[in-house]
Design a protein around this ligand. Structure first.
Ligand SMILES: CC(C)(COP(=O)(O)OP(=O)(O)OC[C@H]1O[C@@H](n2cnc3c(N)ncnc32)[C@H](O)[C@@H]1OP(=O)(O)O)[C@@H](O)C(=O)NCCC(=O)NCCS
Length: 175
């Protein structure tokens, strides 16, 4: 614990987060990829970290509607001043615990091949890049995955099976 608290995302967080989103991503235009609907319809599996009343980190994720054994992380962001403090890890571990309790056995996500920090973070968090047959600077990439010129690295991570003493459905998340 580093002085922040985690809670579920709220619809009102949308405005706060998109205001800083592009700055947190080093000036890349990201906000169009995070519409308000994520803050309304994915609350049980999405989290905000607060410190002194300010949002300093967030994770937007959900359980796949196509394959309920798979969860997907759409966005994670940590305030630049808090990076390297373990908040990204805590957000991910909270998500893993939450979706495990919902029956998920694996988590996937995609990131841009130019986002070296994100690639390093996901490798440290136990993700494996999915082989694609094409490499960019040593990392497998899916060319045009999100449209022309929008290549992506796909990551997957298995989740440990929840033991008999694990939290029950809906009991694992911060209030
Ligand atoms: C990626 C991001 C969420 C990581 O958050 P963070 O709070 O800095 O990560 P943590 O401090 O919890 O680090 C977790 C592990 O990843 C490693 N890690 C994190 N960022 C890293 C980097 N840039 N390079 C190398 N390793 C890194 C840490 O060393 C740590 O390893 P350890 O726990 O084994 O010691 C944060 O850098 C960020 O918000 N980046 C901009 C937004 C972004 O690119 N999001 C991801 C794509 S959606």
């Amino acid at each position: 614990m580093e002085g922040w608290t985690l809670r579920h995302i709220l619809p009102d967080d949308y405005r706060t987060i998109i205001t800083t989103l592009d700055d947190w991503w080093g000036g890349r235009q990201m906000r169009d990829m995070l519409p308000r609907l994520f803050f309304v319809h994915f609350r049980p599996t999405s989290f905000a970290a607060e410190q002194e009343g300010r949002i300093v980190g967030f994770l937007i994720g959900f359980v796949s509607q196509t394959d309920p054994s798979e969860a997907y992380i759409h966005f994670v962001g940590v305030h630049p001043g808090l990076r390297g403090s373990g908040l990204g890890r805590e957000l991910y571990e909270t998500f893993f615990k939450t979706v495990s309790a919902l029956g998920c056995r694996k988590v996937s996500c995609v990131t841009s091949p130019v986002n070296k920090g994100s690639i390093a973070f996901h490798l440290r968090m136990g993700f494996t890049p999915v082989e694609s047959g094409t490499r960019f600077e040593g990392v497998p990439v899916f060319e045009g995955y999100d449209g022309d010129g929008q290549d992506r690295v796909m990551f997957i991570r298995e989740l440990p099976t929840m033991g008999a003493c694990g939290p029950g459905r809906g009991e694992s998340t911060p209030k």
